[in-house]
Design a protein around this ligand. Structure first.
Ligand SMILES: Cc1cc2nc3c(=O)[nH]c(=O)nc-3n(C[C@H](O)[C@H](O)[C@H](O)COP(=O)(O)OP(=O)(O)OC[C@H]3O[C@@H](n4cnc5c(N)ncnc54)[C@H](O)[C@@H]3O)c2cc1C
Length: 490
């Protein structure tokens, strides 16, 4: 089994060294971007396209962290459920935010073309499945998404979901025909290539160790060079560190791990007919078929870095739990490759996008849904810097909130485990109820059949005897027990 890791303690840098360029001379630019992940690279591409001189400084290499290790599912919306967003900022602003998130997804689609990024492998459609039987909630959600948020969605009944995914784990589903998936790693490297082509300069192995953002021309220091820029964009996610530690402290780091199985042959198609991405409403499992008969699956999370390899067994077990038929006869489902990356989770669940002070910008905290949201952030920041577009202010209600430091991480892990545990418990309960209902239906059918054969009707359906309901016969009163039986003082 091979392993790709982005943990700070154990990393296997995959990018070939010869392609990397380190910054070893001083530079003056319009815009300096810290971090070459999805967020930093989108800002770079968009600002360079609009004619600015741009330098991206990356401490490791392009896509080193989460951006190079994501599953490539592009959906509209944010990590925060739309209902909570409405509670927080009201209906009208939620509509605008949602529409920006859709623009982000469309931006990714506009680049995800074979002629721009060879091998990007775009395929359509994503399905969000519910772990609990919540059909009513589903209907109101569908109505809201399609009528109020102009998002194409289809509600799938339990039967349809289970026709596509042979498991009793999932109930209803929301199908997004306009969502899509791409090769996530190819996308981030393609984004870097496009940004370079547009004129941005990307320097790798170039960590930013400090910034001075007080003047009109801001200063950026790396171990081997100094830069001056009118704008600095901090897109370093949880690893930003020294340049603005207070900013990285507002993110709860969550390491998410994923793996891909060995080829599973025809049995995979028998169990999973759906060809797009599947994610559950609790944000636990996220999977899809790749290379025809391999299953790519993300699920385990920790709030400190661990070797992705440790979780191969957990992913294999999880696949067998959700799809028992896949493991039948073969026992273990072999995992061919594991990888992981750290996402930055904000306390309020929304990304951090905006201007901290004049010329100092932030684009981070994209959580588990970073493809559309980082694209949206890149566009918003580029257009604000170069065109004065002020729509990033829609994110102002989501302030920078301290994530609790190391204690916050421990709490985060506990809350995460508890959340997953309670989702699992809710799932167990929903499946138990479903089985109980099925048993009840069988029992009723048997009873009806027995009654039919016996020529009688079930008790409930018997007509009242002629003359109406029999008079109520009071039961004889039981004598109260002697006081001694009730104990002293009764
Ligand atoms: C397993 C997994 C699966 C995922 N699947 C999906 C998915 O299917 N769809 C989806 O939308 N999202 C997905 N995500 C989430 C998505 O990957 C992230 O939200 C997104 O990549 C975050 O991008 P970013 O640019 O903010 O951060 P990062 O990818 O962390 O990039 C930040 C970069 O900044 C650099 N940096 C930091 N500090 C400094 C410094 N001081 N100097 C220089 N450089 C610095 C880092 O080295 C890093 O390369 C997934 C994440 C994981 C881990």
């Amino acid at each position: 089994m091979s392993e790709t890791s982005t943990s700070a303690t154990n990393q296997a840098d995959a990018a070939p060294l010869r392609e990397r360029m380190r910054l070893s001379f001083d530079l003056d630019v319009d815009i300096c971007i810290v971090g070459a992940g999805l967020a930093g690279l989108t800002v770079a591409l968009e600002t360079a396209r609009l004619g600015a001189s741009v330098a991206v400084l990356e401490g490791r290499h392009v896509g080193w962290n989460a951006s190079g290790h994501q599953l490539g599912t592009v959906m509209p919306g944010f990590g925060l459920p739309v209902g909570e967003l409405i509670e927080r900022v009201g209906f009208e602003d939620t509509r605008e935010l949602w529409s920006l998130s859709r623009e982000g997804a469309e931006f990714v689609r506009s680049l995800a073309k074979e002629e721009l990024i060879p091998g990007i492998g775009l395929s359509e459609g994503a399905l969000e499945v519910s772990n609990v039987d919540a059909g009513d909630q589903l209907i109101s959600r569908l109505q809201m998404l399609s009528e109020d948020f102009e998002t194409e969605v289809e509600g799938w009944q339990v039967d349809r979901v289970r026709d596509q995914l042979k498991t009793d784990r999932y109930f209803h589903g929301v199908y997004y025909p306009k969502a899509f998936q791409i090769d996530g790693s190819k996308y981030v490297h393609g984004l870097a290539a496009l940004a370079r082509r547009a004129g941005a300069r990307i320097f790798e192995d170039t960590p930013v160790v400090s910034i001075d953002s007080s003047g009109i021309r801001k200063r950026i220091v790396t171990p081997t060079a100094r830069l001056r820029a009118t704008h600095i964009v901090l897109a370093g996610n949880i690893h930003l560190g020294a340049p603005l530690r207070r900013l990285s402290d507002t993110l709860l780091p969550v390491w998410r791990y994923a793996g891909v199985t060995v080829p599973l042959g025809g049995r995979l198609a028998e169990v999973i007919a759906f060809r797009g991405s599947v994610s559950d409403t609790d944000g636990i499992d996220h999977f899809r078929i790749v290379d025809g008969d391999r299953l790519m699956w993300a699920s385990p999370e920790t709030t400190w870095p661990m070797r992705p390899q440790h979780f191969a067994g957990a992913i294999s077990r999880r696949i067998r739990t959700v799809f028992p038929r896949l493991g039948r006869g073969v026992g273990q489902i072999e995992i061919a490759e594991m990888w992981g990356g750290a996402i930055g989770q904000t306390v309020h669940g929304m990304p951090q996008i905006g201007q901290l002070r004049k010329g100092l910008w932030v684009a981070s905290g994209f959580g588990r849904q970073g493809l559309n949201t980082s694209a949206m952030a890149g566009q918003l920041i580029a257009r604000s810097i170069l065109w004065g577009d002020e729509r990033w202010r829609l994110f102002s209600p989501f302030e920078l909130v301290w994530a609790g430091g190391p204690i916050g991480r421990v709490a985060g892990q506990i809350v995460g485990l508890w959340g997953r545990g309670s989702s699992a418990a809710a799932g167990v309960l929903a499946r138990h109820r479903e089985r109980a209902r099925a048993k009840e239906r069988i029992r009723e059918a048997r009873l009806a059949e027995a009654n039919r054969q016996a020529g009688t009707r079930p008790a409930m359906q018997r007509r009242p005897p002629p003359g109406g309901v029999p008079p109520h016969r009071p039961r004889p009163m039981r004598r109260p027990p002697p006081a001694a039986d009730l104990g002293e003082g009764a």
